[in-house]
Design a protein. Structure first.
Length: 316
């Protein structure tokens, strides 16, 4: 397959020195497959599911990694410079990393934001002065996340037209699974009385979750974890928790829980012993058995089931 992302510059040169510019030994295991790079943990899972055994995927961000403040490494650059295609979330989830990806796309490289087909009506525009961008945490609603599938199918099909039908079929099968996940989630959430559906977390990553399942949400930090909470933010959140008589609030796996622990202590409420997955999934192979079913928290579906079960058990 033709390599599309050949770059120059000191960082790229450094990457080549580290990897000896030997793609076969140091970066990709199988050149006969579509070689794809994905940024966030959720996008990596998405590309792997749709690509199946026809695609080799290198994910830049791992479990517990915060995409808002991620700094790409030399090995990331080497992988991107030798990939067939790159997928990223978009909506500025990846912070300054997105700027470089947009430059690649502008030069004609095969780089795709999986959220690029989202309409304004589908996106949530936060009421925050610091950002001009829509909320990027769309995976909070499985039905909305399913709308990223077509972008990945089209991008992979361009690289491997002979497998286009297989990518489409896998995409449709996955779409069905995500819609079933939405139904399962709604049924599970119904166990929480409407007046108790209040979710307090480390940062504002759950607005789409709230819209999908009729929750009120409050985060200690803003949409990006780079927005540091001040004394007033902490005091306001404590007041809110006390006024609503909440019994449990929730930490997140990709955010230091020191701040939310302080809030819990001062508000006199329980901090859930289970963290919510907000900007990254769990470790691959972390299989949980609960209520007669099992799921891998290192997958998008497993991540969602974990979050739903954690919220329900914490609030009902």
């Amino acid at each position: 397959m033709k390599r599309k992302f050949v770059g120059v510059g000191l960082l790229v040169l450094g990457a080549c020195l580290i990897t000896s510019c030997d793609k076969n030994r140091a970066i990709w295991k199988d050149e006969s497959k579509v070689n794809a790079v994905a940024t966030s943990h959720m996008v990596t899972d998405l590309v792997r599911v749709i690509g199946g055994d026809k695609v080799e995927v290198i994910g830049m961000m791992k479990a517990g990694v915060d995409p808002h403040s991620y700094d790409q490494t030399a090995s990331d650059v080497a992988a991107m410079n030798t990939a067939d295609v790159i997928f990223y979330s978009g909506l500025h989830l990846e912070g300054h990393v997105q700027e470089g990806l947009e430059k690649r796309a502008a030069k004609g490289d095969d780089v795709y934001a999986v959220t690029k087909n989202m309409t304004k009506a589908e996106l949530i525009q936060p009421d925050e002065e610091f950002t001009a961008y829509a909320d990027p945490h769309i995976w909070g609603d499985p039905e909305l996340w399913s709308k990223t599938i077509d972008v990945v199918v089209a991008g992979l099909s361009k690289e491997a037209p002979a497998h286009a039908d297989a990518f489409k079929q896998r995409g449709e099968e996955y779409r069905k699974q995500l819609l079933e996940l939405k139904q399962w989630s709604q049924q599970r959430i119904s166990e929480v009385p409407a007046d108790q559906r209040v979710l307090v977390t480390s940062h504002d990553a759950f607005f789409y979750f709230a819209k999908a399942y009729d929750f009120e949400v409050k985060g200690l930090q803003g949409l990006s974890t780079e927005n540091v909470s001040g004394v007033k933010d902490v005091e306001d959140l404590i007041t809110f928790i006390k006024e609503r008589k909440l019994k449990t609030i929730f930490p997140e796996s990709s955010v230091n829980k020191k701040g939310i622990q302080t809030v819990a202590n001062k508000a006199g409420v329980k901090l859930s012993h289970e963290e919510l997955f907000s900007d990254a999934m769990g470790e691959s192979g972390d299989v949980v058995e609960l209520n007669g079913e099992s799921y891998d928290r290192g997958t998008y579906i497993g991540m969602q089931k974990h979050n739903i079960n954690t919220v329900v058990e914490g609030l009902k």
